[in-house]
Design a protein around this ligand. Structure first.
Ligand SMILES: *[C@@H]1O[C@H](CO)[C@@H](O)[C@H](O)[C@H]1NC(C)=O
Ligand SMILES: *[C@@H]1O[C@H](CO)[C@@H](O)[C@H](O)[C@H]1NC(C)=O
Length: 368
């Protein structure tokens, strides 16, 4: 017994040191894919916890169904979209927030999450949240990340890790709800008619995606606007409309999604490769917004956590109304889906037809 114990102990030590050598000197097996996330609260996994901002989800009941049952900064009752994509593509752990002090050593090779709640495509979006990481800064951080990883495993391996990685970009919703439509007669709505504003967003977003592709990534999922007009926050805001989605925001989302798809098609053509994949999250969620019961939800209009009409007013806090069964709700708070709804969205991202994913779903992209 003693002999075989010490034998396995020395084997373990040998494999640990072999592992250290590989990590420190390469070549590492980059077969374990890295995952990078950019965008807003739909995909922020806790960067804003480290910032002076009001856009945060680091107190209960956020995280009530997370494995630890504690808030983490994710805007969900449980797992968010990046967690579920990580799970689906077999990544060891979901990428840590870039600002987390735990993002070091070997864990940095898993990728990183640069998203920050409240941000938009435009720099002036989310100005009321004060200190948040805007898109250009998320990309600056991505460059900094690559320098840090290069020091660990060398430049060629870093380039390989980045080019083999999966990237998720979720941004744009706040450019409507926290900018153009934030208040009646907002500065942006006085400056631009809606179709012109959408054109501005798409042209700025194109610059952001072009820069991202120049940083060496080759597999980027870009989500659309989502069902902006049907969020409980919007139903509460116009409670006179009897639970009908806001027509104005629906129109905004539809203009945006159409132009986003065109822009992405054009970018791919210019690059000569299908680097970017458009995920029509509006279409995905329409299914369960129109027939929630068919998907196991009791409601798609009322938020699980909140107060006021549709439970869609104000913030989700410890004194809000909280539903007992989160899996029966599409919306966790006034804006963000429950883990259950996130799972359905991620299933479409992975295996959806071209009704949802263009030019292909993630499982086809991973097979390339
Ligand atoms: C946002 O700010 C950065 C840094 O100042 C700048 O490089 C970028 O062009 C700005 N973007 C827009 C859309 O104004
Ligand atoms: C993914 O997309 C491809 C191409 O549209 C399609 O043929 C396939 O059925 C989809 N699902 C899976 C699991 O690949």
């Amino acid at each position: 017994m003693a002999v075989s114990n010490s034998k396995s102990a020395s084997l373990a030590i040998a494999s640990v040191s072999l592992f250290m050598v590989l990590v420190m000197f390469g070549p590492i097996a980059v077969e374990a894919r890295a995952f990078f996330v950019f965008g807003d609260s739909l995909v922020d996994s806790g960067n804003n916890n480290y910032l002076v901002t009001t856009a945060r989800a680091d107190s209960p009941p956020y995280g009530i169904d997370f494995p630890t049952r504690r808030p983490t900064g994710r805007f969900s009752n449980g797992l968010n979209i990046p967690d579920l994509i990580s799970e689906a593509i077999g990544i060891e752990e979901p990428p840590l927030p870039y600002l987390s002090p735990e993002l070091r050593g070997r864990r940095i090779l898993n990728g990183a999450n640069f998203a920050s709640a409240g941000i938009g495509i435009l720099n002036d979006t989310g100005f009321q949240f004060i200190n948040i990481i805007r898109m250009y800064q998320q990309l600056d951080y991505f460059q900094q990340y690559q320098q840090r990883v290069s020091r660990l495993i060398g430049k060629p391996q870093t380039q390989r890790l980045v080019s083999q990685s999966v990237v998720l970009v979720t941004v744009g919703g706040n450019d409507f709800v926290n900018n153009y439509f934030l208040v009646p007669y907002s500065a942006r709505s006085r400056q631009y008619a809606l179709p012109d504003y959408v054109r501005l967003l798409i042209s700025e977003f194109k610059k952001i995606l072009t820069r991202l592709s120049s940083l060496g990534v080759s597999r980027v999922i870009v989500t659309g606007a989502g069902p902006l007009g049907c969020a409980p926050a919007e139903l509460a805001r116009s409670s006179s409309s009897n639970g009908r989605c806001s027509a104005e925001l629906e129109r905004a989302a539809s203009l945006y999604d159409t132009q986003l798809l065109q822009m992405i098609t054009e970018l791919n053509r210019k690059i000569g490769k299908n680097v970017f994949i458009a995920a029509n999250t509006n279409q995905m969620q329409n299914d369960f917004l129109t027939t929630p019961r068919r998907y196991g939800f009791i409601t798609s209009k009322v938020a699980c956590c909140g107060q006021g009409p549709y439970n869609g007013m104000g913030l989700c806090t410890i004194i809000s109304n909280l539903c007992p069964d989160r899996d029966s709700y599409v919306f966790w708070d006034a804006f963000h889906p429950t883990e259950k709804a996130n799972r359905m969205i991620v299933r479409h991202i992975l295996t959806g037809t071209t009704k949802y994913m263009n030019p292909m779903n993630l499982s086809s992209a991973l097979a390339l």
